[in-house]
Design a protein around this ligand. Structure first.
Ligand SMILES: Nc1nc2c(ncn2[C@@H]2O[C@H](COP(=O)(O)OP(=O)(O)OP(=O)(O)O)[C@@H](O)[C@H]2O)c(=O)[nH]1
Ligand SMILES: [Mg+2]
Length: 194
């Protein structure tokens, strides 16, 4: 994908009305701090257009990035962030649910998990819930640069087993440091979802 323009077009909080876009939407879900906003920056060829932070809980809204007036990359708030109240967690959960359930333009859901760790209970719940909504989430194993190359296959197996992935589910290893995996993600989006 050649990036000609990027525009943070819509920002939705818990009380917002969600947009009724007319172009395809590609959403990125995953626990807080897993690297969703960093991935979106890499896909947009921008360093810091999407706000990122070492502190979990940075993205607290659903952000719609209009790419080339052609599609939207949708940055979802992270789940499983311990420092917010249960009430707030529930509201974010409802917002994400409202979006994933209600969008008519949502073509694909990418679920990000950290390549280093066993999937958490929240990761498993999210995966199962997205599947139950009729999507076939693509898994992105983030922070690839943090493990040795010799460990990659073992970790990908750990994710596949840990999430009980539906056979045939794609896992794409990705690093926002090296940009490894970026082209593969765009290729998949362009061939399968646009
Ligand atoms: N080494 C390494 N660090 C990464 C990678 N991706 C993200 N990070 C770091 O992880 C932290 C969180 O990244 P974000 O992109 O803000 O994560 P997020 O999933 O958007 O987090 P929330 O908005 O809180 O849900 C930042 O300090 C990033 O620099 C990666 O591929 N490799
Ligand atoms: Mg974020």
């Amino acid at each position: 994908m050649i990036i000609k323009s990027v525009n943070l077009e819509t920002v939705c909080g818990i009380t917002s009305v969600l947009p009724e876009n007319t172009r395809p939407e590609i959403a990125f879900a995953g626990k807080s701090n897993v690297g969703k906003s960093s991935l979106i920056n890499a896909l947009m060829n921008r360093k810091s257009y999407a706000r990122i932070s070492a502190t979990p809980g940075k993205t607290q809204t659903i952000n719609f990035y209009n790419i080339n007036e052609e599609l939207y990359l949708v940055d979802l708030p992270g789940y499983g962030y311990a420092k917010v109240s249960e009430q707030e967690k529930e509201k974010w959960g409802q917002l994400i649910e409202r979006y994933l359930h209600g969008s008519s333009q949502l073509k694909a859901v990418f679920l990000l998990v950290d390549i280093r760790h066993e999937p958490s209970a929240n990761d498993k719940m999210m995966y199962e819930w997205v599947v139950s909504q009729g999507y076939h989430p693509i898994i992105i194993a983030t922070k690839l640069d943090k493990i040795k190359r010799s460990q990659v296959d073992k970790h990908l197996k750990m994710l596949r087993t840990g999430l009980s992935l539906v056979p045939g589910t794609k896992i794409i290893p990705f690093s926002s440091m090296t940009k490894q995996g970026r082209d593969e993600i765009w290729e998949l989006v362009e061939t399968e979802y646009l």
